[in-house]
Design a protein around this ligand. Structure first.
Ligand SMILES: *Cc1c(COP(=O)(O)O)cnc(C)c1O
Length: 391
């Protein structure tokens, strides 16, 4: 069996050893309930407090503005369901994660008007296009920081100014931006911002939502008075500790040049793949300049082959990547993100996302640059006309 190379970090990431080490005692020795007044409970409480302190510096907010939860889906749902009532208007975009899109669809059934703003062909949502969608009833703008499929970074700071000028609440799904770009909620001017530990080398099933002081958000879950009554349920102490450690290490990686190295390796990979004939980058300006993207992500189309077949061929050669399509109720649909960018169905289906872990090595990238040309050439020789007919 070949050594496995994992380039699907935007789906999930492994825990760094330091994260596992930090979490372990909170399952075993320090297993207390953070709400208990005895010493066992207090140890757990101190660990949650310490993680809250780290997250406050990660977001640049106060500790009271950090709400721990079960991850990105819950943060996104809390922002939308917690703030919107019948008669309100929501502005979001057509390239959001399904955690936002499905919540918006539900809200639309409950009398909330929803506008979906489309990106430019480059994958960027312009602040002007958001501005045009604003109405007197607009209560919330929800948009992502970095797109999970293309990595394209969105102009959230300009949208934050728009939201402030119009007195509109602003939520950011920062799940794919966290750990890849510096986050500063004050500078952005948002009210809500969601992150997830498992997309940044932390554990699955835990995340955090920044809630600006005074934001009138209704909790999704009620019960105990945990998280200042904003999210009921006994705290996932080991998970929260893991998120805290992952956030601490993410800040370090942004400061010490690790993420710049990841970007350089991503660029090397991208350049190597784009040297193949009949390939192109999803996420560039009309003149071919790549737009600003999360350091670890590139999304590339390969003409004259089926993306799904390439994902499987690469998997057999030891490389894990994702295709530009998703399986919804048994049918393979081309990516809604790539389609919204105006990319045709055939190319969207023939697109592959490479998303690097922050531990990626030069050897891995160079090995992948050996694997891909062989796999692509083989698929193209088997079925040269396939892609065209499957349109
Ligand atoms: C993964 C992801 C989510 C969902 O986060 P979970 O913690 O897996 O629920 C939301 N938004 C984006 C952009 C994501 O990539």
């Amino acid at each position: 069996m070949p050594v496995r190379i994992y380039m699907d970090a935007n789906a999930t990431t492994p825990l760094l050893p330091e994260v596992v080490e930090a979490m372990y005692p909170y399952w075993v020795e320090n297993f207390g309930n953070a709400s208990s007044i005895h010493q066992d409970g207090q140890k757990a409480r101190q660990a949650v407090d310490a993680a809250r302190h780290t997250l406050a510096s990660f977001f640049n907010c106060s500790e009271a503005e950090v709400v721990f939860n079960s991850g990105g889906t819950e943060g996104d749902n809390t922002a939308l369901f917690g703030l919107l009532r019948p008669g309100d208007h929501l502005i979001t975009t057509s390239i959001e994660h399904s955690a936002v899109l499905q919540a918006a669809q539900r809200l639309a059934l409950r009398g909330i008007e929803v506008s979906y703003v489309d990106p430019e062909p480059s994958g960027i949502i312009t602040p002007e296009s958001i501005g045009k969608a604003i109405r007197p009833e607009t209560r919330l703008i929800s948009m992502m920081l970095a797109n999970n499929e293309t990595g394209v970074l969105q102009p959230v700071q300009a949208v934050g100014r728009l939201a402030t000028d119009h007195g509109i609440f602003f939520h950011i799904d920062a799940v794919q931006g966290a750990g890849k770009v510096q986050i500063d909620v004050k500078q952005i001017g948002c009210h809500l911002l969601s992150i997830s530990a498992h997309k940044m080398h932390g554990p699955k099933g835990v995340g955090a939502l920044y809630v600006r002081r005074g934001t009138p958000i209704e909790p999704l879950l009620v019960g105990g008075s945990h998280e200042r009554r904003r999210r009921a349920g006994t705290e996932n102490v080991p998970g929260i500790v893991g998120l805290g450690k992952a956030a601490e290490l993410a800040m370090k990686s942004l400061a010490d040049g690790t993420m710049d190295q990841v970007a350089a390796l991503r660029d090397r990979l991208e350049k190597g793949i784009l040297a193949l004939p009949d390939t192109g980058l999803n996420g560039q300006l009309p003149d071919g300049t790549p737009v600003l993207r999360a350091a670890n992500t590139t999304n590339i189309w390969f003409d004259n082959l089926e993306g799904e077949a390439l994902v499987i061929a690469l998997d057999l050669k030891g490389l894990a990547v994702s295709g530009g399509s998703a399986c919804h109720s048994g049918a393979t649909e081309p990516s809604h993100v790539l389609m919204a960018m105006g990319i045709n169905k055939t190319r969207a289906r023939a697109s592959i996302r490479f998303s690097l872990l922050k531990t990626v090595t030069l050897e891995e990238v160079d090995r992948v640059l050996q694997i891909i040309p062989e796999a692509v050439a083989k698929l193209r020789s088997i079925s040269p006309a396939m892609a065209g007919t499957l349109g």
